[in-house]
Design a protein. Structure first.
Length: 117
């Protein structure tokens, strides 16, 4: 059985971030999560493995339409009344398991600087 590890992160007043291994990184100056970097990273992970949306959906248990919506940053065609999907914690947990990587690693692009900053 595949077990994913969660990297716990805490922020300090000086904007430094400590992960569960007590390594220091720095939080983005904007202090806003970079969802564009996260979706680009997901697309890159899928592409690097040569997986189609259908393949990733089968491996993760996340629906194909949801994967397309997360990667594209656009609304699902059947849910145009909702904001574009960013996925939820369970979605990202399942994706991390499918890629056989820790949850903290798959979510780490959230901390990249936003391009418009």
């Amino acid at each position: 059985m595949l077990v994913s590890h969660i990297v716990l992160v805490s922020h300090n007043k000086d904007k430094s971030v400590f992960n569960s291994n007590r390594r220091v990184t720095h939080a983005p100056s904007s202090e806003q999560p970079n969802f564009d970097a996260l979706r680009r990273s997901l697309a890159r992970l899928r592409h690097d493995r040569g997986w189609s949306y259908d393949e990733l959906a089968a491996r993760s248990g996340v629906g194909r339409a949801s994967l397309v919506a997360i990667e594209s940053g656009k609304r699902r065609r059947d849910r145009i009344d909702l904001a574009p999907s960013r996925g939820n914690l369970l979605t990202w947990f399942r994706l991390a398991a499918a890629f056989e990587m820790p949850l903290g690693e798959i979510l780490s692009p959230l901390y990249e600087e936003n391009e418009e900053s």
